[in-house]
Design a protein around this ligand. Sequence first.
Ligand code: ADP
Ligand code: MG
Ligand code: ZN
Length: 492
Amino acid sequence: MIKYEPVIGMEIHVELKTKSKMFCACANNPDETQPNQNICPICMGNPGTLPVANKKAIEDTIKTALALNCKIAKHSKFDRKNYFYPDLPKGYQISQYDMPLSEGGFLEFNGKKINITRIHLEEDTGKLIHPKETDYSLVDLNRAGTPLMELVTEPEIKSAQEAKEFCRQLQLIVKYLGVSDANMEKGHMRCEANISIKPVWQKEFGTKVEIKNLNSFKAVERSIEYEIKRQSEALDDKEEIAQETRGWNADNQETYSQRKKEEAHDYRYFPEPDLPPIDLTKKAGLFDIEKIKESIPELPLFKKNRFINQYKLSEENARIFSEDKELANYFEQIVSELREWGNSKRIDGNLIDKLTKLTANYILTELQRLLYKNDDTVSCCKITAENFAEFITLIQEGKISSSGAQTLLFEMYKTGGDPSNILDEKSLGQVSNESEIEKLVYKIIKNNQKSVEDYKNGKEVALKFLIGQSMKESNGKANPRVVEEILKKKLG
Ligand code: ADP
Ligand code: MG
Ligand code: ZN
């Protein structure tokens, strides 16, 4: 049996969420449901119209390129990619051929770097609609001319799982940067995978197959797995791999041939004559690359490492926060409130670390569950950071039991109320006051002499019984830790 090694390169398209389209003033609204609302002679490709490039789209592409460690070109230009298809009204797509906006970057995840060949800018096409049981198709040009960023990786991804993770990380980054919503279901982000396999000892790559239009992470992973298996079996059978474009059939979980190499297009690229070349030098003064660089927020990998170092969170919790910017901000606001409270009360740093971890746990379990159940996001959560911090201090000070804490958090979530107020109103408070608990313990000792004897004779379970009786007597309000301490002292 020959052992094969897969080689994978990704091509990913991301729609930018600029206000207007790439080359005209039409609204760029991917949520428009009425067809052909946001169209004009330019994006309909009427003869005699002239495109004007969207500056913000170029800036957003540069921003993404910088975040992915790419080199920004000094000079760039747009080119025409000619082909006929009914969703492409001009008969060509304005894209970038040999002078892309950026080249040579990388994306780092799970301790590995995947090199990025280039990131360039082009325009999206319209959409065809095929009404059922009719013999015609309809064209919706709302999407035609939407700014579309394309990223190409080097052929160095090693597995289906790694390809999926690359796409996931890229989605996360463009969302962090705010340049796209990158929703795959809605088609904001679309992936193509190039796959070849080769015997492990062979240096040269095998013939690649391209799988088009992968619109979910699952499709990326499954289609690549399928292709690796199909190509391995073909090579085992001494068949040649055809260089071709394949589609993914999610129903059958299979790829299928769409177009062989012989049928490949000749796009007859040439420089777009209606748009001036893009001068990105400082001297030209059109784009302020430094300023764009400064606008890049802290990125997920950096945030994850910072959360581990600064807040002593587990790798897993830090990762979850790093993948949800809003939730991470919320957590940091609460921790800052907690630290202020800790400073004012001269509380020991180790304890603050403990409370920080407790905060992370409450957010990632109880709060997340409430948000999920109510289909809410943290941005509409009624619990202020200040109140959340107070909630944590109430737990720390033993003013509430852990079961009481759940009820309290739920009430805070529902009403946005102050935790101390809710504690009183709903009498959820826990009694930790020693003299009060002493009174309670005296009573229990007096009424349970038999158990007291048993305990003194070495029966440990009798203590559990006495704690239980104390808790019952207090309607569950007594702090069990304090009850146990005082019981032991009195009985000793
Ligand atoms: P094309 O000209 O067919 O578009 P490119 O060289 O531009 O091919 O590469 C397109 C994508 O295919 C890139 O992501 C690249 O990493 C990947 N790729 C190129 N050669 C191979 C190969 N032999 N196996 C797998 N992926 C490849
Ligand atoms: Mg290609
Ligand atoms: Zn338009």
